[in-house]
Design a binder for this molecule. Structure first.
Ligand code: NAD
Ligand code: UDP
Length: 317
């Protein structure tokens, strides 16, 4: 049994990761300030004596005597949320990384950073391979997130080179699944909720921009395999589903699967919105013997079922 800390553990990805680590027999400490996460996401884990929730902001140092592994996920991930308090976002990425790395240094724990495909910005290389340095606007509205995550990657590598901390960096591509908050604002949750409630489906720009959507179970498997790699393998390593869809294709699938009467409405593309995104996953395939197995059609079914349990009447939503 390992002692494992998950920062951001009450969020969408973190809650699935905590659940899987508990199922694998570990002791899990979930650290979260609940800014975009929810206690509901971890309610089923509270019955386990091997699960502990600590409400804490990663901007503030956190000390533990013993921990074997740290997964650093604390950070808002939806553009709506990370832009709503941009300074807080970059503080979370940078100070959060330093505080979690200091803890890893002190306890000699292995530490994994949840980085992002956003480090590639609006990519000029397609599909995105790990040795591509990206095309990121340093002064735009997405920069608090993109540059925060890029700086965190730098910190991880510097703690590794300077102090010998055992680090792992995964670059996560658009991931979806149950436990996303209804007000999350990212495309899959928005479109599914709009379709279920026969509201207009909001397409930003022409809808021809692309993303590659990864189901949560595939991601969690990849993260755990990455943590288990040999000490000298740091990444960065892409984790994503290489099947690429335009936002219009996604909308069509959502409408078909929900039988919705919703119509598409178009609004301007937000500033610096990447035009295309698709991971090159050769490194993950060879190092982790991993590749995604859940197709978008199947994953969407689970998300639709998940959001059906919510009441979206004006009083509740
Ligand atoms: P999320 O918003 O659901 O989860 C983030 C969690 O971090 C929330 O529970 C939130 O309350 C917590 N948090 C935020 N700021 C904090 C702080 N200062 N101190 C403590 N806790 C804090 O988002 P998610 O989709 O689960 O993303 C988790 C991680 O994965 C993030 O680091 C994100 O950048 C990364 N990621 C996600 C995706 C994706 O598609 N979901 C893609 C790339 C990277
Ligand atoms: N998007 C959209 N309608 C929405 C929400 C998002 O058309 O209601 C678009 C958005 O402009 C982007 C893509 O969908 O091109 C993915 O957006 P999301 O916020 O999910 O993630 P990210 O842009 O960070 O990949």
């Amino acid at each position: 049994m390992k002692n494992i800390l998950v920062s951001g553990g009450a969020g969408f990805i973190g809650s699935h990761l905590c659940k899987r680590l508990i199922e694998d027999g570990h002791h899990v400490i979930c650290l979260d300030n609940l800014s975009t996460g929810s206690k509901d996401n971890i309610a089923s884990l509270n019955t386990s004596p091997r699960f502990e929730f600590v409400q804490h902001d990663v901007e503030i140092p956190y000390i533990l005597k013993e921990v074997d592994e740290i997964y650093n996920l604390a950070c808002p991930a939806s553009p709506v949320h990370y832009q709503s308090d941009a300074v807080k976002t970059i503080r979370t990425s940078v100070l959060g990384a330093i505080n979690m790395l200091e803890l890893a240094k002190l306890t000699k724990a292995k530490i994994l950073q949840a980085s992002t495909s956003e480090v590639y910005g609006d990519p000029m290389v397609h599909p995105q391979v790990e040795n591509y340095w990206g095309n990121v606007n340093p002064v735009g509205i997405r920069s608090c997130y993109d540059e925060g995550k890029r700086c965190a990657e730098t910190l991880f590598m510097d703690y590794h080179r300077q102090y010998g901390v055992r680090v792992k960096i995964v670059r996560i591509f658009n991931t979806y699944g149950p436990n996303m908050q209804p007000n999350d604002g990212r495309v899959i949750s928005n479109l599914v909720i709009q379709a279920l409630t026969d509201q207009d489906i909001t397409i930003y720009g022409s809808g021809k921009q692309t993303r590659s959507f990864q189901y949560i179970d595939d991601l969690v498997e990849g993260m755990i395999r990455m943590m288990d790699t040999e000490n000298d393998f740091t990444g960065p390593l892409n984790l994503g589903n290489p099947h690429e869809f335009s936002i219009l294709e996604l909308a069509k699938k959502v409408i078909e699967q929900t039988g919705s009467q919703s119509r598409l409405v178009f609004s301007p593309l937000p500033q610096d919105d990447p035009r295309q995104r698709k991971p090159d996953i050769e490194l993950a395939q060879s190092k982790l013997h991993w590749q995604p197995v859940v197709k978008l059609d199947e994953g969407l079914k689970h998300v639709i079922e998940y959001f059906k349990k919510y009441c979206f009447c004006p009083e509740c939503f």
